[in-house]
Design a protein around this ligand. Structure first.
Ligand SMILES: [Fe+2]
Length: 408
């Protein structure tokens, strides 16, 4: 077998992995490289191991333990992802891999499968079913890790990072499963396997809750800035789209309910059905809390991330302007045209006049949406079940990564 060539590269063609994530019992079909600094921001990548079958197992274990970090060429990324998915339980149970690295591995692999859902061809029967099956396999392999308190410390590391649809969905799924594990008394489960099933359902629903956003126009999803009333209504349609896209995928009924109702509010002011209190399924309420918590604590192009304490202060706060807020929300649902209050004087030119009217309307719509968001940030307690929100705070407080005692 010939030697693998060295590469001189600025580093962008390779990605680092933890050598301990290689399972000596399972052969890897990608090469491992070490990296040397060169000048002008370049590196030399030298092949350490071309084939894990080339060395005896005992020597392989010693080698893997002696390296701090190794690199894989991006051309072999798909091989590595498949390998890590197949060996996920090995990685998550490895005593010498630190919890943060395990969490990152799980997040990265989850991101791969969730990204796949965003690119699936929904017109081809079976495609979505295959992707959902991959998500279930991944979560089933990770559920024991998610059951441990250490996983909560891992996710705590990620709170506050940039918002991306797939990482957001993963965190929501993870938080939902963690909540279920920490609050077993809320569910009528008698065996460990029933609890595992419930956690898997919660995580799967979290991973897929926003899949319907693939049907919303990209310029609305990616809009930098506040949404106007029409755009806001389009966004609201994503829950129904999510349920519709997954309708034939054989997901359990509770998963479908969680996905459809994850924006329902406790007081009936949510969407798509305006359900309230006991009419909202329990896991949908939990998913809603996890969803809002992660959205508020993530950085977006138009806002800084709130700290968990700030986010939960908003979520537990009674809104002094609740009636006005409800009026705004109702108007948004009806896609009411914003009134033109300014007088348009450029009537010598009809085209210009229409343009100015439109500008004024858009400006008014923008102000109304801004006002709505500002009002919402005064307090969201009406959106959530109080007991569940308190339990959520207790659950994430266990990670000891944040001090939330002032909220309890
Ligand atoms: Fe959503």
């Amino acid at each position: 077998m010939g030697a693998a060539p060295d590469y001189i590269d600025d580093g962008s063609s390779f990605f680092p992995i933890d050598p301990l994530s290689i399972n000596p019992e399972s052969l890897a079909d990608f090469m491992l490289y070490e990296r040397f600094d060169l000048d002008k921001g370049n590196f030399r990548f030298r092949c350490l191991l071309k084939d894990t079958a080339d060395v005896p197992k005992e020597r392989l274990i010693r080698l893997l333990q002696s390296w701090d970090v190794v690199y894989v060429h991006r051309r072999q990324r798909a091989n590595y992802i498949k390998y890590a998915e197949d060996n996920l339980e090995f990685i998550l149970k490895h005593e010498d891999i630190d919890e943060k690295k395990k969490s990152l591995t799980l997040i990265n692999l989850s991101a791969e499968v969730v990204k796949e859902t965003l690119s699936v061809n929904f017109a081809v029967a079976g495609d979505i079913g295959r992707v959902v099956e991959n998500i279930k396999i991944l979560i089933t392999r990770a559920v024991d890790f998610i059951s441990g308190i250490e996983s909560l410390k891992g996710i705590a590391e990620l709170v506050g990072h940039d918002y991306e649809t797939h990482t957001h969905s993963i965190k929501v799924g993870w938080l939902t499963a963690t909540f279920i594990n920490a609050n077993q008394d809320l569910f009528h489960v008698e065996t460990k396997s029933e609890l595992r099933d419930l956690m898997i359902q919660g995580a799967v629903a979290g991973f897929l809750h926003d899949i319907g956003k693939v049907k919303i126009p990209r310029n609305v999803i990616n809009k930098k800035g506040r949404l106007d009333n029409l755009e806001y209504s389009l966004i609201q349609a994503h829950t129904a789209y999510s349920a519709s896209l997954l309708f034939e995928s054989d997901l359990p009924h509770s998963c479908m309910q969680t996905i459809l109702y994850h924006h329902e509010n406790e007081d009936g002011s949510g969407y798509p059905c305006g359900l309230s209190r006991d009419a909202i399924p329990l896991i949908a309420k939990i998913c809603h809390i996890a969803d809002v918590f992660d959205a508020l604590t993530s950085k977006r192009s138009y806002k800084e991330a709130k700290t968990p304490f700030e986010a939960l202060t908003i979520m537990t706060g009674e809104n002094p302007n609740l009636e006005i807020l409800k009026k705004f929300e109702a108007e948004a649902r009806e896609i009411r045209r914003s009134p033109v209050t300014a007088t348009v004087r450029d009537d010598y030119d009809k085209k210009l006049k229409r343009l100015r009217e439109r500008e004024i309307m858009e400006e008014e719509a923008r102000k109304r949406v801004e006002a709505r968001v500002k009002l919402r940030d005064r307090g969201m307690a009406h959106c959530f079940d109080k007991d569940l929100l308190r339990r959520f705070i207790l659950t994430i407080n266990q990670s000891e990564s944040f001090d939330l005692s002032g909220l309890l």
